[in-house]
Design a protein around this ligand. Structure first.
Ligand SMILES: Cc1cc2nc3c(=O)[nH]c(=O)nc-3n(C[C@H](O)[C@H](O)[C@H](O)COP(=O)(O)OP(=O)(O)OC[C@H]3O[C@@H](n4cnc5c(N)ncnc54)[C@H](O)[C@@H]3O)c2cc1C
Length: 406
């Protein structure tokens, strides 16, 4: 039996290794279009590879996937976070958990993951061809595959793990087999706010903010960062994932409201300010940041509330106090574009999940074709969730391709 895996990334290697281990008689070939193997693993997590996330409950794990959570329920029940950790640990890769739950190899080096996958592939005698991509699939009793170098090879099973791409042409050879591709759009990006009055706060971060996108009825909370182009930070990037499709449809033009105090509402903040005024009437408003806000941000919000530097709390007119409450809880950013978040980005969209069996990763349309990884219409927020779905779907695809899925 010959199994061909198209794509030498995380999902491709996991699928190939699992298939070769499951069926030692099978010949397994990885076709990689580019000269490099596992290139995203190498650069991931700032070169440290955020392999997965320490999360126990299945429902909590599924809640990290803006697209694909329903489909992944079955996947993660078969091979989830625990199985992934065991898989790596039993092959000599020890993982550690950071405070926020992200898991990395203890070496803090993505090469550890790459070496592990390459070593096992060598031991299992997986044939790896670089600079040779899959170009065309002819489906019959066996598959006849044309590669980008003009070669032809046959396969009994084909596992497609060619990753995500914002250019829909990337998926044409899959479309040609009758599969539907959900329009690919970018996910995980930062927001551009041209002409923002906060531009000079570039680099200032706030630990706890509350964000709202009224247009998409979405809310997020978490760390926030002012950038040269606009706004970023985990809360912003999570929002970009949840509304990736809607934002693309509105050409990345929308309003983002920020509550710089985190979860406090207007009444709570007003009361807090009134209490402060009563106990510190002689203190300057501008010089005394509240809510643990960075001084530069506080001063900017005070300035936006038309409060001059010399005004003391005891002399603060009600009108300006109300403006300050508004600035603290509902500062509005007019987003007009996006910037790639260099640390991690993914594609939302890909092979339609309606056409794939979640228990096996096999196509419902063409028996013997399996899909895994980002090529599917699955993507997660940052934190190791994108690799987790690549490992899990890759493992299941490899296992079922090797067993003939009888
Ligand atoms: C900068 C960056 C950092 C990231 N960091 C993290 C992180 O720390 N944690 C995390 O969970 N996720 C991270 N991600 C996301 C994660 O890397 C991807 O979700 C994951 O790599 C998807 O794996 P994959 O195997 O499906 O696709 P890919 O890794 O994209 O691999 C697909 C492979 O297929 C090849 N290919 C394409 N077309 C063909 C063809 N026709 N024939 C043969 N081969 C083909 C490509 O060249 C590529 O090598 C990061 C992404 C980026 C861009």
């Amino acid at each position: 039996m010959r199994i061909v895996v198209a794509g030498g990334g995380a999902a491709g290697f996991f699928a190939a290794i699992t298939a070769a281990a499951e069926n030692p008689d099978a010949s397994v070939i990885i076709l990689e279009k580019s000269p490099k193997l596992l290139s995203k693993v190498r650069i991931s997590g700032g070169g440290r590879c955020n392999v997965t996330h320490d999360i126990d409950s299945l429902s909590a794990l599924l809640s990290k996937y803006p697209r694909g959570s329903k489909f992944l329920k079955n996947t993660f029940s078969q091979f989830g976070v625990k199985e992934t950790i065991n898989w790596f640990q039993s092959r000599g890769v020890r993982l550690k958990t950071e405070e926020d739950g992200r898991m990395f190899p203890v070496t803090d080096d993505s090469e550890t993951i790459i070496n592990c996958l390459l070593d096992i592939s060598r031991k299992l005698k997986i044939e790896i061809r670089t600079n040779e991509g899959l170009a065309e699939i002819k489906t019959d009793k066996v598959f006849t595959l044309k590669t980008t170098t003009g070669n032809t090879l046959s396969a009994d099973a084909l596992i497609i793990t060619t990753g995500g791409h914002n250019n829909s042409g990337h998926y044409q050879f899959i479309r040609d087999t009758g599969h539907s591709i959900v329009k690919p759009v970018p996910s995980l990006f930062t927001f551009n706010v041209p002409g923002s009055i906060f531009k000079d706060l570039m680099g200032v971060s706030i630990e706890k903010t509350g964000l709202q996108l009224p247009q998409y009825k979405l809310k997020e909370s978490g760390p926030f960062l002012f950038t040269h182009w606009g706004i970023s930070g985990p809360a912003v990037i999570r929002l970009s994932a949840w509304a990736a499709r809607e934002m693309e449809e509105s050409s990345y033009k929308f309003r983002c409201l920020v509550n710089f105090t985190g979860k406090l509402n207007e009444d709570e903040i007003r009361q807090h300010l009134l209490n402060f005024r009563e106990s510190h009437p002689k203190k300057l408003v501008a010089g005394n940041p509240l809510f643990e806000l960075p001084k530069r941000l506080w001063e900017k919000l005070v300035e936006q509330s038309d409060i001059t530097d010399s005004i003391k709390w005891g002399d603060l007119p009600k009108k300006n106090l109300n403006k300050l409450v508004e600035a603290l809880t509902r500062t509005e950013f007019q987003v007009q574009g996006k910037t790639t978040f260099k640390e991690e980005f993914v594609t939302a969209g890909g092979v339609s999940l309606d056409e794939v069996n979640p228990a096996t990763m096999e196509s419902k349309l063409v028996k013997g074709i399996f899909f895994a990884g980002e090529v599917l219409d699955i993507d997660g927020v940052t934190g190791g969730f994108n690799f987790q779905s690549a490992w899990s779907t890759g493992w299941i695809a490899g296992k079922n391709a090797a067993s003939g899925n009888e």
